[in-house]
Design a protein around this ligand. Structure first.
Ligand code: SF4
Ligand code: SF4
Length: 273
């Protein structure tokens, strides 16, 4: 369980995944940036008293591409930038953003649900795992993708901790830039994975067909391989391997990062103590 505020942890990044921002069919970073720039300009009219909240909502619904990957999950029109520098995303109706007035009562879920929601990452991530994710990522788009993918984070830490024989220390990671770089390369696979399954809508290991969702399974038998230790990582990365050669290349990528991290950690730990 983490004791860090994962939603708005610091001034360089934040998450709005549960407000449905990744649930748009157009959910690349450039597409979301464009969407939030538009909302930012429109919402400034609400702040200036030139537009009502209902007016804002109507315009967003008519002007934006509202198609969603999983229709059961709502994508809220009030998610957007919550700082002047446009580094953090979150709820534009939150009192910290409006300057005191809690306007979430006007939202689809309502104030109580929005206020009381803490996603499973709060329970499932360990403190050191969450701290290290925070240390290594300074981009809202990547941060929200990673911090909500529990398998992706925990599988990495489980494997490296078993290998180095102790819990990975945020202080050691902080003391060695190459460790943070390796972790950033691993986390960045969430947005740049060459074996991503593009045939169906996916969030990590989940895939969607209409109103239904299921957890994907990679058919390793078809590839003439056993289920590998990195299977949870491949699923989190929404992988599809056409051939055994694809699987081998994926293995090399992950293995190089994991082994590189463990080697470097051993050296950094000795220097740190
Ligand atoms: S998905 Fe989790 S970390 Fe992200 S905003 Fe929602 S509750 Fe916070
Ligand atoms: S109103 Fe609720 S769902 Fe909408 S952006 Fe705010 S917190 Fe997210």
């Amino acid at each position: 369980m983490v004791d860090i505020h994962l939603c708005q942890p610091d001034s360089t990044k934040s998450c709005a995944a549960c407000c449905g921002i990744y649930n748009y069919v157009e959910n690349t970073k450039p597409a979301l940036l464009k969407r939030f720039e538009y909302r930012d300009a429109l919402f400034s009219k609400v702040k200036a008293g030139e537009l009502s909240l209902d007016g804002y909502r109507d315009i967003v619904r008519h002007r934006e591409d509202g198609r969603r990957i999983f229709k059961t999950i709502y994508s809220c029109e009030f998610a957007g930038f919550v700082d002047g520098e446009k580094k953090r995303v979150g709820c534009m109706l939150h009192p910290m953003v409006t300057g005191g007035c809690d306007l979430r009562v006007h939202s689809f879920y309502g104030r109580e649900i929005c206020d009381g929601h803490f996603c499973p990452s709060y329970q499932k991530l360990a403190s050191n795992e969450a701290s290290i994710v925070l240390l290594c990522i300074d981009d809202w788009y990547l941060y929200g993708s990673v911090v909500t993918d529990i398998d992706f984070v925990k599988t990495f830490f489980t494997i490296v901790q078993n290998s180095v024989g102790e819990e990975i220390s945020p202080a050691v990671v902080k003391s060695a830039p190459r460790l943070a770089e390796t972790l950033k390369s691993y986390f960045s696979l969430k947005v740049a994975w060459p074996f991503r399954d593009t045939a169906k809508p996916r969030f990590g290991k989940y895939y969607f067909v209409g109103e239904e969702y299921d957890i994907d399974r990679i058919d390793y038998r078809r590839l003439g391989a056993r289920v590998p230790a990195y299977d949870p990582i491949y699923l989190s990365l929404s992988s599809f391997f056409r051939t055994k050669d694809d699987l081998d290349r994926a293995h090399t990528k992950i293995d190089t990062l994991i082994k590189g991290f463990c080697d470097e950690y051993g050296k950094a730990r000795n220097g740190h103590h």
